[in-house]
Design a protein around this ligand. Structure first.
Ligand code: 5GP
Length: 120
């Protein structure tokens, strides 16, 4: 897979401080912030600070420190959010996955029953 990262995407602009965000957690390698159009009471996006366009790009090329930092952010977000009864983690990827922003992000959704995995 030939991964191409476009640094003009909206999350790259958030990471550069060009666009504001509602941060819930940050470490050296990851940032977590509220989705601007929440689909559930909890809807947080967790992104790596590195230039990765998708989950498979990140999994294949991120350093161990970047991967550990990303999962530390997931851990922190889950610990500070109302997801004890369960949640859904989604990484929409490229065209068939309906990915809108080409910077890897994990949606953390919860705070209510979320229903079936896919709407038919
Ligand atoms: P995707 O379809 O790429 O998985 O989801 C992109 C998500 O980013 C959407 O849920 C959308 O609401 C969110 N989003 C798009 N632009 C912004 C923004 O400027 N700020 C924040 N916080 N979220 C955004």
């Amino acid at each position: 897979m030939d991964f191409h990262y476009d640094d003009q995407n909206i999350f790259a602009k958030i990471l550069r401080g060009e666009i504001p965000n509602s941060t819930v957690y940050e470490n050296d390698h990851a940032l977590a912030f509220h989705d601007i159009q929440p689909q559930a009471p909890v809807h947080i996006l967790v992104i790596p600070k590195g230039a990765y366009m998708s989950l498979d790009h990140f999994a294949a090329h991120a350093t161990p420190a970047e991967q550990a930092g990303f999962f530390a952010a997931i851990t922190a977000v889950c610990a500070m959010s109302d997801v004890g009864s369960g949640f859904r983690a989604i990484a929409n990827t490229r065209a068939h996955g309906a990915q809108e922003v080409p910077h890897f992000h994990m949606h953390i959704l919860g705070g209510r029953p979320l229903g079936p995995m896919l709407a038919m």
